[in-house]
Design a binder for this molecule. Structure first.
Ligand SMILES: NC(=O)c1ccc[n+]([C@@H]2O[C@H](COP(=O)([O-])OP(=O)(O)OC[C@H]3O[C@@H](n4cnc5c(N)ncnc54)[C@H](OP(=O)(O)O)[C@@H]3O)[C@@H](O)[C@H]2O)c1
Length: 437
């Protein structure tokens, strides 16, 4: 894509934009672009040339291009209208933003290949344009989760590898090209039908399976069944808020499925990670007596967030110490299945966050044949649950645990760190300035 910068620009002069799209525009669709010159090029592309009055006029034009469903090749500002290879029909002009081709490009970390973190590359790409029901968010912070790393490297259960490639591109990522499942930032503009949010609102969100957090901007529907969006907790920075949605919602979902109640004994395995640190705090909030299991370096952290007992899985096997629990939440799905079932009380619940095929099959069997229940499956994210977490945060009941912070440019480095497994809680990516609001 062409993205030449124009260092010397007089904002009082009309600015011409050229938008090149793949394929020839049909006569019927040409009516959509009444005030723009349309050139059907010999190589099969279409060049739209015209002047725009401001940012929103330009965004309107780009929105029409997107609605055509024809791939966008490039957007260029032409300093000298005589450079434009088509005549200009009408003066509508001017983009006053001097940066970044009038603000139509943004920085993003593009995921270019399955495998190691070096496939994550900093690029300038088109800034998204919100649809009528969407908000445009200037992202201030996002995170690198273990889930992002697993998808990047396709280190996921064998059963899911081929479906993941079929969904996202057999040889390289095509559908999801920007990772990052959660974020916090400020709403820059809203589509005309948006009612729940306004420009300037500080928000946090999970993008669900659409990802897209490793970028300066993202468009999200104000209401969606793919991800969730809400006002951010007032007592959190953007960095802290960005780390809440995916881990917090996952933990809440499972603990509710576990029917967790006051006074119960709860064992959380993998308690020092993104989901685990929220699970420990939420279980404590629900009045449970929490035992956290993780590796040596994470045990002090677990005590500090409310675990009354801790077990170092590298030195002790919890299935052999004679203790039994009302709820066992195995976040990584790595503990012994039969040992965990034995460590459950009668009517106890065994929650598995990341189950393999045999755990799924054995879980069904146990659930049918005994009073113990095995619960698997991913969280269905609901906006009311994100608001519930926001209220708990504002009441001082839970907080996010942040291990390291990296700027957007060093996202690949952040992935390398998360790949080591040493992460405590969350790793945050900061974007631009003002992350401490
Ligand atoms: N993050 C999300 O929001 C999300 C959402 C849906 C599903 N998931 C899936 O859920 C899993 C966990 O996610 P996460 O983000 O919480 O991961 P995480 O932040 O990496 O935390 C996992 C924790 O488990 C510990 N651990 C590893 N093996 C263990 C074992 N045998 N016994 C006890 N602890 C063990 C790890 O410590 P050591 O490395 O030091 O051993 C680490 O502290 C991932 O597979 C992810 O794909 C995550």
């Amino acid at each position: 894509m062409l993205n030449e910068r124009n260092p010397i620009i007089d904002p009082s002069q009309p600015m011409v934009y050229q938008i090149r799209i793949k394929g020839h525009l049909s006569h019927q669709r040409a009516d959509w672009f009444g005030e723009v010159t349309i050139t059907l090029e010999e190589d099969g592309n279409t060049l739209l040339t015209g002047m725009v009055i401001d940012q929103s006029a330009l965004h309107g034009l780009l929105r029409k291009v997107r609605d055509l469903g024809m791939p966008l090749i490039s957007v260029n500002r032409v300093n000298n209208p005589s450079q434009a290879n088509a005549s200009i029909v009408q003066k509508n002009f001017i983009s006053s933003n001097q940066n970044n081709l009038g603000g139509i490009l943004m920085k993003a970390i593009v995921w270019t290949k399955y495998g190691p973190p070096d496939g994550l590359q900093l690029r300038e790409i088109n800034k998204p344009v919100p649809r009528d029901n969407e908000v445009l968010i200037r992202i201030a912070a996002t995170t690198v989760t273990t889930g992002d790393c697993e998808l990047r490297s396709l280190k996921i259960p064998v059963l899911f590898r081929l479906p993941a490639r079929i969904y996202n591109g057999l040889l390289k990522p095509k559908r999801i090209t920007i990772l990052g499942q959660e974020l916090a930032g400020e709403i820059e503009t809203t589509g005309k039908d948006v009612r729940l949010f306004k420009q300037g609102d500080q928000v946090f969100a999970s993008t669900g399976l659409s990802f897209g957090g490793y970028a300066e901007y993202i468009c999200l529907p104000e209401e969606t069944n793919m991800g969730v969006l809400a006002k951010k907790p007032v007592n959190m920075t953007y960095e802290e808020a960005a780390a809440v949605p995916t881990g917090g919602l996952e933990a809440l979902h499972f603990l509710r499925k576990g029917n967790i109640r006051h006074g119960q004994k709860v064992l959380i395995i993998g308690a020092g990670g993104s989901i685990g640190t929220f699970a420990v705090q939420l279980a404590r909030h629900f009045g449970a007596e929490v035992t956290g299991v993780d590796s040596t370096e994470k045990l002090d952290l677990l005590r500090s967030i409310g675990a009354v007992r801790v077990i170092d899985y590298t030195r002790e096997d919890f299935t052999k110490n004679g203790e039994t629990y009302d709820v066992i939440f195995d976040i990584m799905g790595k503990s012994s299945f039969s040992g965990s079932i034995k460590s459950l009380k009668q009517n106890g619940r065994y929650l598995i966050g990341n189950p393999g095929l045999t755990q799924i099959v054995r879980g069904r069997w146990i659930s049918m044949r005994s009073t113990k229940k095995v619960i698997i499956g991913a969280a269905i994210q609901k906006v009311e649950d994100l608001v519930f977490l926001k209220e708990l945060i504002e009441a001082g009941e839970i907080k996010s645990v942040i291990d390291r912070r990296y700027p957007l440019e060093q996202t690949a480095e952040a992935h390398r760190y998360v790949d080591t497994g040493q992460k405590k809680g969350n790793v945050v990516i900061t974007i631009g300035k003002n992350t401490n609001i």
